[in-house]
Design a protein around this ligand. Structure first.
Ligand SMILES: Nc1ncnc2c1ncn2[C@@H]1O[C@H](COP(=O)(O)OP(=O)(O)OP(=O)(O)O)[C@@H](O)[C@H]1O
Ligand SMILES: [Mg+2]
Length: 281
């Protein structure tokens, strides 16, 4: 495998992660003691009802947000206690991000967008890795195009290439196919999977879509801020089955159901996190 991930081949580990938003009676316990390991060189999916804590988990393990308690390790680095400067460096060099809304800079070409994380880090692309990533995107003839001149699927593949260009320890993708039709979504998912199988990258993807989750080698399920099971070698049918059984267990008046129905006003789009993620700030 990749060799740069320390000893046990674990790219990311969360231990007893708790995240509480707000204070007092209105506080929301978005993560309620999550412990999970994500092996390196694998494609992981995270699923669960809306409000179950998927994005919160991703933000905390990616160093975009601080957990209330618990610990996070990326490779052999413990995130707890890192200074802001060290966290920024870690996000720039060790972590890649892909979001539902692509988040490309409209005035830059595809090539400039892909190179942006390296520019921000003051680094140059490794020519071999550049060729490999660009070949994998299938966008060699689109590099001079601006985002508005590309389809949604192409834009998302540019965003994936931008996430990969620093050779990160792990790429986090939050609903990467949420804005795409099924064909463009399949292209992006196929690309992410080939990055894992052929380029030995590690991808952790949040998705609502059983078909998307079936591209992963393993699905971790969250419910009400807690780990609620996992599936290895998922297929769309086995994922659906698991989700159905989980929602049967939650009926009729369980607290988890109440939590996942929090009003949209309670929830945030994570825009600040997204901005920090790809500017590296
Ligand atoms: N910044 C915030 N301030 C207060 N509460 C928040 C904040 N972000 C998330 N929450 C709450 O934390 C809980 C988990 O939210 P999170 O966004 O992690 O869910 P999710 O599983 O990603 O949902 P979705 O599938 O809808 O994206 C929700 O109850 C949500 O309302
Ligand atoms: Mg979310």
């Amino acid at each position: 495998m990749k060799g740069k991930i320390a000893p046990a081949g674990i790219a990311v580990a969360a231990t007893d992660l708790v995240k509480v938003y707000g204070f007092g009676p209105t506080a929301i316990r978005a993560l309620d003691g999550v412990s999970a390991e994500f092996a390196s060189g694998e494609f992981h999916a995270i699923m669960g009802p809306s409000g179950s804590g998927k994005s919160t988990l991703m933000h905390c393990v990616a160093g975009l947000d601080a957990a209330t308690s618990g610990s996070v390790r990326i490779g052999d680095r413990e995130l707890t206690g890192l200074s802001d400067k060290a966290l920024t460096r870690l996000r720039r060099t060790s972590v890649g991000f892909v979001f539902q809304s692509f988040n490309l800079l409209p005035t830059l070409t595809a090539e400039q967008n892909i190179l942006l994380p390296l520019e921000l880090a003051g680094a140059r692309p490794d020519p071999d890795w550049w060729d490999t990533v660009i070949a994998a995107t299938g966008l060699a003839d689109r590099l001079s195009h601006r985002p508005a001149e590309m389809s949604g699927g192409q834009q998302q593949r540019v965003a994936c290439a931008r996430a990969l260009i620093t050779k990160p320890d792990v790429v986090f993708a939050d609903e990467p196919t949420g804005n795409l039709d099924s064909r463009a979504g399949a292209e992006v998912l196929g690309f992410l999977r080939s990055c894992v199988s052929k380029l030995d990258q590690t991808v952790i993807m949040v998705t609502h879509d059983p078909a998307a989750a079936s591209y992963a080698g393993r699905v971790l399920f969250l419910a009400d801020g807690q780990v609620a099971g996992e599936l290895l070698g998922p297929t769309p049918d086995t994922v659906l089955d698991h989700l159905r059984r989980a929602s049967d267990q939650l009926r009729p008046d369980s607290p988890a159901t109440a939590s996942s129905s929090s009003s949209p006003a309670d929830r945030t789009s994570g825009g600040a996190h997204r901005a920090r993620a790809w500017t590296g700030e």
